[in-house]
Design a binder for this molecule. Structure first.
Ligand code: FUB
Length: 317
């Protein structure tokens, strides 16, 4: 489905055109609104693959003030900046606190397994500096795809994980967590994440995106339906930041055209946006993805209807 074909040539200047980044292959979009600007952090799929697998060494940043015109800030953090990392610069998320910017990034360690690095910068566009050691490192493969949120009471949460959803309570410094509470495991139940085809028997797979709206907590994530080996996007809600979570439904069907999909949600200048990725740039594949965006609305009860890939390509009032 090519939504952009619906636009007349003389209309395109004022409209979102997907994929929004066309200079390089990008995936795992992570929007962060700061001031009047939306910063978009992405992973970067290299053109040349190693061992026919995800070949990813750095994170990039793009910004916009109108959702149409994008500024490319280039590479802002890299595997080369993380002394203990080997490769797999996977899905990041950024947040600002007290004038500093924190970029949480999963990486493959030199001694095996995945772990989460945090890069710190005085600017949203970096450069980011790693701590010199992992923030979260359980010694297994679950520690990927961090999502960070600061609640109204000042408590920051870092959720992450594939196939299990786990979280830590970040300390106010944002570079350490409450080790007394430790790493909390969310019960992976059908009530919370729907009956599905991933390893826990639920739909939940990876790529969580945690936020709060009108007192309701949302977890949006990449998910597998039973018997379908391609990710769709789904969501769950909770009245508390630690759950219990209640399955909300499918947010976007398997229309991304790649094995993975990955959500990023942002409210910006009066509109709500879902960022995701597809394989739609020329040469696209499951290892050559491209970031896209759709505009959506919440229902009065906070639920979200399934979002189409074509929603919002006309959006920029
Ligand atoms: O891009 C590498 C990995 O694929 C991400 O960490 C996952 O969310 C999936 O998109």
């Amino acid at each position: 489905m090519d939504c952009n074909k619906n636009l007349e040539p003389n209309e395109k200047a004022g409209f979102i055109k997907n994929p929004i980044i066309t200079s390089i292959y990008t995936a795992d979009p992570a929007p962060m609104v700061y001031g009047d600007t939306l910063y978009l952090y992405t992973t970067h799929d290299e053109d040349e693959l190693i061992n026919n697998f995800y070949t990813m060494f750095n994170w990039h940043c793009f910004s916009t003030k109108d959702m149409v015109n994008w500024t490319d800030h280039g590479e802002v953090f890299s595997i080369d900046d993380i002394s203990w990392a080997q490769d797999r610069a996977w899905a990041p998320q950024a947040i600002e606190r007290n004038g500093k910017f924190y970029l949480y990034c999963p990486v493959h360690k030199k001694n095996g397994g995945m772990a989460i690095s945090v890069g710190v910068s005085d600017s949203p566009t970096g450069p980011f500096k790693d701590l010199g050691y992992p923030l979260v490192d359980e010694g297994d493969w679950n520690d990927i795809d961090p999502t960070v949120f600061i609640d109204d009471d000042g408590q920051a949460y870092l959720y992450f994980g594939n196939p299990e959803l786990r979280y830590v309570l970040l300390n106010e410094d944002m570079i350490s967590y409450n080790e007394t509470v430790g790493i909390c495991k969310i019960p992976m139940t059908v009530e919370s994440f729907g009956k599905g085809g991933h390893m826990t028997g639920t739909t939940y797979a990876e790529g969580p995106w945690f936020y709060k709206r009108n007192g309701l907590y949302y977890m949006v994530y990449a998910a597998f339906a039973e018997g379908i080996h391609q990710e769709h996007l789904a969501y769950s809600t909770s009245k508390s930041p630690a759950g219990p979570w209640a399955y909300g439904g499918v947010l976007m069907t398997e229309e991304g055209g790649t094995f993975t999909n990955h959500p990023g949600i942002a409210d910006f200048k009066g509109n709500s946006y879902l960022f995701y990725h597809t394989g739609e740039l020329p040469g696209g594949s499951l290892f050559h993805r491209s970031v896209c965006v759709a505009k959506f609305n919440y229902n009065d009860d906070g639920s979200i209807d399934t979002i189409s890939k074509c929603d919002g390509v006309y959006a920029t009032e």
